[in-house]
Design a protein around this ligand. Structure first.
Ligand SMILES: Nc1ncnc2c1ncn2[C@@H]1O[C@H](COP(=O)(O)OP(=O)(O)O)[C@@H](O)[C@H]1O
Ligand SMILES: [Mg+2]
Length: 358
């Protein structure tokens, strides 16, 4: 989606990935396949471009540093480093005064017992590195469940988080330009299923004070990290009306995919503008919108019925070109546009339900 936005504005795109025939590779001018650890390949790649960005925060810090020897890397490698490890990320947030749930580092059974005493139960226990879409996460309501979460490899570094009995989840996708300009797409409301984003709705049904506060927190985070590019802040809104930062994604985010169809400038065009040193574009919203993710599970009975979903007015189909439809894998999304957020959400769900052949 970033590459498509770049091509539309006349840029050439080179992509670097350990895999071949990637969604970006299919629309890029050059697709280079090499391991992130192959730093000579990274340097060769970066020598062929004017600026480097990434759409995946688990790129190793050494890879970002090698690229930075040859071309500017935006956002900078230090932002990847902070956000790619949950303990570093939450420590950064809490030491900078941004609100988070209570947490502790767990590297052994002893640490776990201390965390249970100090943070309490219920809890969510997550591997500190390489987690996404709920991978490496376990909920625990009892000590036995917490111990079971560590049973396989107790020495793997984990974060132990107090479970947040949230009222709802929201996100703020925001951008910071090379000149320090700030832009955001308002507050988006997110529903997860099995820890995976299922539905995003914009604008979120939160009161104006909460919306202003969420955007202030997001702006503070982008400034503090000196981000050049798009960064998403995921929040829990507690039943007491308190906002807690759940996590950061230093890139265009799944909850911001609806900006492609519903806003003057999408999160992908904004990422392009920011990293290429252009002025940020208007983020004005054209109409209410909802985005429903399409997971590989939808392919269980063969190719989904795309025509049935596309027959609904105001529904837009986005497929990423991933060849293998595995359960839980994000294959694409539907965006529904309507005059209210509520109607957009209903339309997105109806469109997705139509994909399953009877
Ligand atoms: N501490 C928590 N309390 C309650 N729910 C949580 C907590 N941490 C994660 N979750 C649930 O799991 C989802 C995915 O967790 P998250 O930390 O955002 O990881 P990922 O990197 O997989 O997106 C969250 O959006 C939320 O629904
Ligand atoms: Mg998340």
């Amino acid at each position: 989606m970033f590459a498509l936005a770049a091509r539309r504005m006349g840029y050439r795109v080179h992509t670097f990935s350990p895999e071949s025939d990637t969604p970006t590779g299919q629309v890029a001018d050059v697709e280079m396949q090499a391991a992130y650890e192959d730093l000579d390949a990274v340097r060769r790649f970066a020598s062929g471009v004017r600026v480097v960005t990434f759409e995946f925060e688990n790129v190793p810090a050494a890879t970002a540093a090698a690229a930075a020897e040859r071309a500017p890397v935006r956002p900078a490698g230090h932002i990847l480093h902070t956000t790619q490890q949950r303990l570093r990320e939450k420590s950064f947030l809490s030491s900078s005064g941004f609100p988070t749930t209570r947490f502790a580092a767990v590297r052994s059974m002893e640490d776990l017992h201390r965390a249970v005493r100090e943070v309490g139960l219920p809890a969510v226990i997550k591997t500190a590195s390489f987690g996404y879409d709920g991978k490496g996460q376990a909920n625990a309501t009892t000590l036995a469940e917490a111990e079971a979460a560590l049973a396989e490899s107790p020495q793997v570094e984990r974060i132990y988080e107090g479970f947040v009995d949230f009222e709802r989840e929201v996100s703020v996708v925001a951008a910071r330009g090379a000149d320090g300009a700030f832009a955001h797409w308002g507050v988006i409301e997110n529903t997860h299923r099995n820890h995976i984003l299922d539905l995003s709705v914009s604008p979120a049904g939160v009161d104006p004070k909460t919306a202003v506060r969420a955007i202030e927190i997001a702006q503070g985070i982008l400034q503090k990290l000196e981000v050049v590019g798009v960064l998403c802040v995921e929040f829990f809104l507690t039943k007491a009306g308190e906002l807690l930062v759940n996590e950061l994604a230093p890139r265009p985010h799944n909850s911001g995919h609806l900006t492609i169809d519903a806003h003057v400038t999408s999160q992908f065009e904004q990422q392009l503008r920011a990293v290429c040193g252009l002025p940020l574009g208007s983020t004005a919203q054209l109409c209410s919108a909802a985005m429903a993710n399409l997971l590989g599970d939808l392919w269980a009975n063969g190719e989904p019925d795309w025509a049935a979903a596309c027959a609904l007015p105001g529904v837009k189909l986005h497929l990423y070109g991933k060849s293998e439809a595995r359960p839980g894998r994000k294959m694409g999304h539907l965006t529904a546009l309507a005059d209210t957020a509520r109607r957009a959400a209903q339309l997105a769900l109806e469109a997705r339900a139509r994909l399953t052949r009877k």
